[in-house]
Design a protein around this ligand. Structure first.
Ligand code: ATP
Length: 326
């Protein structure tokens, strides 16, 4: 196996708080190990269109507390084609980059897997997404911050919900995974979470109404995971209007504010540990793996497993929301 002398680092897909802490950790751990570092701009776009710059230790000063990503992120169509990846490989060769650290979600890691296999390149991934929807890891970078942002927002919505005695449907992100909605509901004391994982099991809205939640309360907050199949919170509000017109339902879509803000301490720590481990992994000869966590320990997760969407939502947690909302 060829010796690694220079690594490229990029952030791809949706931005997530803590990506900067990860870039910092990757850069500094690489320099500590006498490797050259190249920062690649706008995800795979920067590889295909040669937008890169050499990074020193100072390039990543004062960013651990910043949301977003200093490398920028993008979705790059060209990289999904063999021609685009050939250009990316050529640019990598010319810049002397012999390994990559890719920080992103399942799409980004799927791209990394294909690229690594096609050109026999060592690539290590970091789970950078607020959705927490990657396989083989308990946590992803950005999830904890987004969860805290949701809780802060729902606390505010509760004030108006209580004053007006209304039912509020608060839509949160999640990319077809219910982690943000479910844990957001537990943390904010919401009356219910409506998540894609339960969609085929029960009529979650009907169940909530039939529970008669209004008997003991004058207002309710329901966290709804985004879901094109049901139309999310707006789709449910329409159903309430048609099927349960006695309820005065309002919709709040939290949207992109969930992605922003300074990362929490937990996300900074996770990103820093995972970033440093990515360099250790590459130097150990690991390739085609994502750094994950299992029960508090860092683990290597093959890309094939990381990108397989397998929700580990605990049905017992759904019960907790119900039990605690009586
Ligand atoms: P998020 O979970 O926040 O949406 P993501 O990493 O899943 O992030 P995507 O838009 O799915 O975001 O993917 C990011 C980029 O990864 C794409 O724009 C594309 O360049 C690359 N990519 C995704 N899937 C593939 C694939 N099958 N082959 C090659 N490249 C891919």
């Amino acid at each position: 196996m060829a010796q690694i002398r220079c690594i490229g680092v990029l952030t791809s897909g949706g931005d997530a708080p803590g990506m900067n802490a990860a870039i910092r950790a990757v850069t500094r751990a690489a320099i500590y190990n006498n490797l050259k570092v190249v920062g690649i701009k706008r995800g795979y776009y920067g590889l295909v269109y040669n937008e890169m710059e050499e990074f020193g230790s100072k390039s990543v000063s004062n960013i651990i507390q910043q949301g977003g990503t200093i490398l920028k992120t993008a979705r790059c169509k060209e990289f999904t084609t063999p021609e685009g990846r050939a250009k990316a490989y050529e640019n990598m060769q010319q810049s002397g980059i012999d390994a990559l650290v890719v920080i992103g979600g399942d799409g980004s890691l799927s791209g990394a897997r294909i690229f690594a296999e096609e050109y026999d390149i060592p690539i290590v991934g970091l789970p950078g997404t607020i959705d927490n929807d990657l396989g083989g890891t308990d946590e992803t970078i950005g999830y904890d911050t987004a969860l805290n942002t949701i809780v802060e927002a729902v606390d505010k919505i509760r004030d108006t919900a209580t004053s007006h005695e209304r039912l509020f449907l608060v839509e949160v992100m999640g990319h077809m995974a219910g982690y943000l909605a479910l844990n957001g509901a537990i943390a904010s004391g919401a009356e219910a979470a409506i998540i894609p994982e339960m969609e085929t099991e029960i009529d979650q809205l009907g169940d909530l109404i039939n529970r008669g939640f209004r008997k003991s309360k004058n207002s309710a907050i329901v966290l709804v995971a985004e879901n094109p199949a049901t139309g999310g919170a707006l789709g449910l509000a329409q159903r309430i209007k048609e099927e349960f017109p006695e309820y005065d339902a309002r919709v709040t879509i939290l949207g992109h504010l969930q992605r922003g803000g300074s990362p929490t301490a937990a996300d900074r720590i996770l990103a820093s540990k995972m970033g440093a481990q990515a360099i250790t992994a590459l130097l150990e000869g690991q390739r085609n793996v994502m750094i994950g966590t299992k029960n508090g320990e860092l683990v290597y997760v093959p890309f094939s497993k990381a990108t397989k969407h397998s929700s580990t939502i605990d049905r017992g947690d759904m019960e907790i929301v119900k039990i605690l909302s009586i």
